[in-house]
Design a protein around this ligand. Structure first.
Ligand code: HXC
Length: 257
């Protein structure tokens, strides 16, 4: 798979997408979103891929939307083209996807990371929503997702001042799941992803869908959804395999179909 602004690698059952605009700290252009969406489509269509990783460079996951490209957009441009809505492709990813963040994840970069299922952060990672300093506000879910991750007080402070937080603060407030030494970030993300990709793919996808329900529905509705999905898993060969393997004291082999 060849793209202008993203690089795609497969490692066994893991698909790794690397944002690649080194001259602009991976600033998110219209082309980058097109490439990212096409890469996601391809990896999602491939049944041999069980988990995805989205990463950037050591210096930058992404320094935000491309300011040079946005500078001259007019209101009709943004409205008629429905600017930013195409970014939501990432949040519609059905397979598990991990953000591996090293360096800056600012503005739209922080928003892309938050659209993934969880964030593994290098100790060099810095997160922020600095849009207000450019005379705009977060436009790709920052005011909503950051608030759900870290609560109102910190989200307000981050969005109103545009200050960055480091990896330690990001872990403390629940924005990232874990901090990893920068040199080991991609290797560790690959290990975590390989572990997930070895699970039953339908069960991993249903688990993701169910956790996401917690954000979108009442507790009672979320639990009803979870219960029905859980019950349906007894129709899967992977359930029979997983439980038989436990009883036989051998590793389970999922996804044989
Ligand atoms: C376009 C960018 C860019 C961006 C960096 N560059 N960020 N180009 N859009 N968002 C370019 C710089 O212009 C420069 O190009 C090169 O990348 C290296 O950046 P420097 O600033 O020279 O690096 P450094 O001094 O190390 O500073 C790093 C930085 C800074 C702190 C990350 O670049 C920065 O503040 N960037 C902007 C961050 C930001 O405001 N992001 C939010 C964008 S708005 P040249 O050609 O000069 O070498 C946004 C809106 C989202 O995301 C709303 C909905 C999606």
């Amino acid at each position: 798979m060849e793209f202008e602004t993203v690089q795609v690698e497969t490692h066994g059952r893991v698909g790794l997408i690397r944002l690649h605009r080194p001259q602009a700290l991976n600033a998110i252009s219209v082309q980058l979103i097109k490439d990212l969406s096409a890469a996601l489509d391809a990896l999602e269509a491939d049944r041999t891929i069980g988990c995805l990783i989205l990463t950037g460079s050591e210096r930058a996951f992404a320094a935000g939307a491309d300011i040079k490209e946005m500078q001259n957009f007019t209101y009709p441009d943004t409205y008629l083209d429905d600017f930013i809505t195409s970014w939501e492709r990432l949040s519609r990813t059905r397979k598990p996807i991990i953000a591996a963040v090293s360096g800056v994840a600012l503005g739209g970069g922080c928003e892309l990371a938050m659209m993934c299922d969880f964030i593994l952060a290098a100790d060099t990672a810095r997160f922020g929503q600095p849009e207000i300093r450019l005379g705009v506000m977060p436009g790709s879910g920052g005011t909503q997702r950051l608030t759900r991750f870290v609560g109102k007080s910190k989200a307000m402070e981050m969005c109103l001042t545009g200050r960055m937080m480091d990896a330690v603060e990001a872990e403390r407030c629940g924005l990232v799941s874990r901090i990893i030494p920068a040199a080991d970030l991609v290797e560790e993300a690959l290990k975590v992803a390989a572990n997930i990709a070895a699970m039953s793919l339908p069960v991993a996808m249903m688990t993701k869908e169910s956790v996401n329900r917690a954000y979108e529905t009442s507790l009672a509705e979320g639990i009803r959804f979870e219960r029905r999905v859980f019950q349906s898993q007894f129709a899967l060969a992977d359930q029979k395999e997983g439980m038989a393997a436990f009883i036989a004291k051998r590793p389970a082999e999922f996804n044989k179909e």
